[in-house]
Design a protein around this ligand. Structure first.
Ligand SMILES: NC(=O)c1ccc[n+]([C@@H]2O[C@H](COP(=O)([O-])OP(=O)(O)OC[C@H]3O[C@@H](n4cnc5c(N)ncnc54)[C@H](OP(=O)(O)O)[C@@H]3O)[C@@H](O)[C@H]2O)c1
Length: 287
């Protein structure tokens, strides 16, 4: 396949790019277009591709709360422009979205038929992006994922590596470390998500899918698993959301269930803990 990819330098985009090349696909990084680019000019750039994978986003949820105009520009308006251009070029578009947009209605993992009631500007901007993409062409695909981990330890946003740093520092200074017991989600390995994204796209899937690893965790359970698998013997203190002073009122339930994939006979995704172990034993082995 000939793929065009936005956000190719990001956590997910870098895994998509690497996997696509392993599969023998051509995968070209697409530079971020200016919002005043004429749709026809952008469509001309897209023509001839088999798929546009839109993984670029403003992922700083706290900053989105402080600067909503920039958030909706980066996430909603850019997606809308790409969707219009892709429709004109007759290229299907895959948008990466977020399980955080379901909101607070339930305490169980959300299925795709649940209502979406986003609680932050970031998640509302992702929902508006989804609506623009789905309205532009019936064959477009939206994948909702969350709590991504993976990539090089040097990436500043590498959640796993930063928790290892934090734990080592706490051990050295005789401090304690805490994690939130109230925030629920599904840790997702960028490699697993990238692989399933490409498989779904190849199958011609369309509409909205949750796309997460199997299992669920609190942040506390997740960080505890990181420390255990990294062999760091630091007792982790249970913390509550109020102690982490976030501006964005992210739903305490970002869990999702790959219900639609299961209904359609797709194999289960690997359990997040098994993937975390594989990640620590591979890319982070020397860290
Ligand atoms: N990370 C998570 O836990 C998580 C959770 C749920 C959903 N997602 C979704 O998964 C997708 C990938 O996330 P990620 O974690 O890989 O993100 P990331 O590591 O923050 O990378 C985002 C990428 O998007 C690019 N970008 C940002 N703003 C842009 C704009 N206005 N125009 C074009 N490119 C722009 C960035 O380019 P520069 O480096 O040049 O800025 C970067 O390459 C996103 O759609 C995100 O919403 C992520």
């Amino acid at each position: 396949m000939k793929l065009l990819l936005t956000g190719a330098g990001g956590l997910l985009g870098s895994a998509v790019s690497a996997l696509a090349q392993q599969h023998g696909d051509q995968c070209h990084a697409m530079a971020r277009p200016a919002l005043d680019t004429p749709v026809a000019a952008l469509a001309a750039q897209l023509r001839g591709a088999d798929l546009l994978l839109h993984a670029a986003a403003n992922t700083n949820v706290e900053q989105c709360e402080r600067e909503p105009d920039a958030c909706y520009r980066d996430n909603f308006l850019l997606s809308e422009l790409l969707a219009r251009a892709a429709a004109q070029a007759q290229v299907p578009l895959l948008l990466v979205s977020s399980t955080g947009l379901y909101g607070t209605a339930d305490s169980a993992p959300y299925r795709e038929y649940a209502a979406t009631v986003p609680t932050t500007h970031h998640h509302r901007s992702k929902l508006l992006a989804e609506q623009a993409v789905l309205a532009a062409a019936p064959g477009n695909l939206v994948l909702r994922t969350g709590w991504l981990f993976g990539g090089a330890a040097s990436l500043p946003k590498n959640f796993v590596a930063r928790r290892i740093d934090e734990a080592r520092k706490a051990l050295a200074q005789g401090d304690s470390m805490a994690a939130n017991t109230e925030q629920h989600g599904v840790p997702c390995w960028n490699v697993d998500i990238a692989g399933r994204m490409l498989a779904l796209a190849r199958s011609g899937a369309s509409g909205v899918y949750n796309c997460v690893n199997s299992g669920t965790a609190t942040r506390y359970e997740y960080v505890q698993a990181v420390l255990q698998l990294a062999g760091i013997a630091l007792p982790l203190q249970p913390g509550q959301a109020a102690g982490f002073q976030r501006i964005a009122q992210v739903s305490p339930n970002e869990m999702a269930d790959n219900w639609k994939m299961r209904m359609q006979g797709w194999p289960e995704m690997p359990h997040w803990r098994a993937s975390l172990e594989r990640y620590l034993q591979s890319e982070l082995a020397d860290y």
